[in-house]
Design a protein around this ligand. Structure first.
Ligand code: 13P
Ligand code: SF4
Length: 352
């Protein structure tokens, strides 16, 4: 395994730090205001035959609203499947932009709205389609596998799209066929996949600004306090953090681990939005967020994705009023991107 792209995650860090500095703080509402927003959103969903599809990292209030209204709270793979299979005319995607784009690619006939299209992802930002296409062109003998956290244009250049819940299985399968791989954009997840499968992989150099903040030292210190705790780690985290894990997995795999492991305590290295569902599924467990080095100016990026946090009640309540929050994907590009996405969905079906 080697990192051969000339893009460096530090470039993206600078970009992202600027972006975070310009974000407004999530407004806090009184319980009455919160209820008024929720009532308004519920009525709008019915009026527009719309359904709310939310990621585990969004605000717990948004996740609860999705549940109360017959929508879904899940990982990115299940969000894609749920939106595709639901008979609503409009999907309201509470997550980040690539999730809205994936929904649109899978069901171009549906209207896909998001609370804000500014909700992006450092991995998506760190993998511009033109630079990525050049990179792929330099390695024409390799199968191109991209993480779901990418733009429609990057997906359109790929042979396979994977989410973290299925990455190992897909790469293992490709490796068994003797295929050499280009992996993008997350170097930590790609490195983990390469190590686990032994596949010949070259990596794009990008990272998630949230997971990259977890520090092995902080987890070791917490483990000293709770020696019997299980350490659950999302594979977007650095190698030194993954090395301490009892379970490495996607968001849904980590929730399942919290539920099924015998340990009373779990130290969790992923976005803290996950605690809403994790605690619901494992009510008797004590859950601790893995420490990050973050304090001070950039601490909102630590274990709390600043883009996921943009999905708040006020913007959701205005989702039908705005004219700048609908997802459009060029139909030709969408058709191209659909092929690697469909491969993943077909693979997931067979793999169960
Ligand atoms: P999942 O695919 O596990 O939902 O993760 C998406 C993500 O953005 C993780 O940071
Ligand atoms: Fe992207 Fe990281 Fe946020 Fe997930 S947590 S959406 S990978 S920036």
């Amino acid at each position: 395994m080697s990192i051969v792209s000339d893009r460096h995650s530090s470039d993206v860090y600078e970009l992202v730090k600027d972006h975070i500095a310009n974000l407004s703080q999530t407004p806090k509402f009184t319980p009455e205001q919160q209820q008024a927003y929720k009532d308004k959103i519920k009525a709008l969903l019915v009026e527009h035959n719309a359904v709310l599809v939310a990621h585990y990292y969004t605000d717990p209030v948004v996740q609860a609203l999705a549940e109360e209204t017959g929508g879904c709270v899940s990982d990115s793979l299940e969000m894609a499947r749920f939106g595709r299979d639901h008979d609503a005319d409009t999907l309201i995607v509470a997550g980040v932009k690539f999730m809205g784009e994936t929904a649109k690619i899978l069901t171009p006939e549906k209207r896909v709205l998001m609370p804000t299209l500014e909700a992006t992802c450092s991995l998506d930002l760190g993998c511009p389609a033109d630079e990525f296409a050049e990179f792929c062109d330099q390695h024409p003998d390799r199968t191109v596998v991209v993480y779901a956290n990418t733009s429609a244009a990057v997906k359109a250049r790929a042979d396979w799209v994977v989410t973290s819940s299925i990455a190992l299985d897909v790469v293992d399968y490709l490796d068994s066929r003797g295929e050499k791989i280009i992996w993008a954009p997350d170097k930590h997840l790609g490195g983990y996949v390469a190590e686990q499968t032994g596949a010949d992989i070259i990596l794009w150099d990008s990272a998630c600004i949230v997971h990259e903040e977890f520090k092995a030292k902080g987890i070791e210190d917490l483990k000293a306090l709770y020696p019997d705790a299980a350490v659950l780690v999302h594979p977007e985290s650095p190698k030194s953090v993954v090395a301490l894990a009892d379970v490495v997995g996607s968001t849904s795999q980590l929730i399942n681990a919290a539920k099924t492991l015998p340990n009373k305590q779990c130290i969790v290295a992923t976005d803290q939005g996950i605690f809403y569902k994790m605690q619901q599924m494992a009510p008797d467990k004590e859950l601790y967020i893995a420490p990050t080095a973050g304090s001070g100016a950039t601490c909102r990026s630590c274990a709390n994705c600043p883009w996921m946090a943009m999905n708040e009640l006020e913007s959701l309540s205005k989702v039908f009023e705005r004219d700048d929050n609908e997802i459009f994907v060029d139909p030709e590009l969408g058709k191209q991107a659909m092929k690697p996405l469909q491969r993943m969905l077909d693979f997931a079906k067979v793999a169960g």
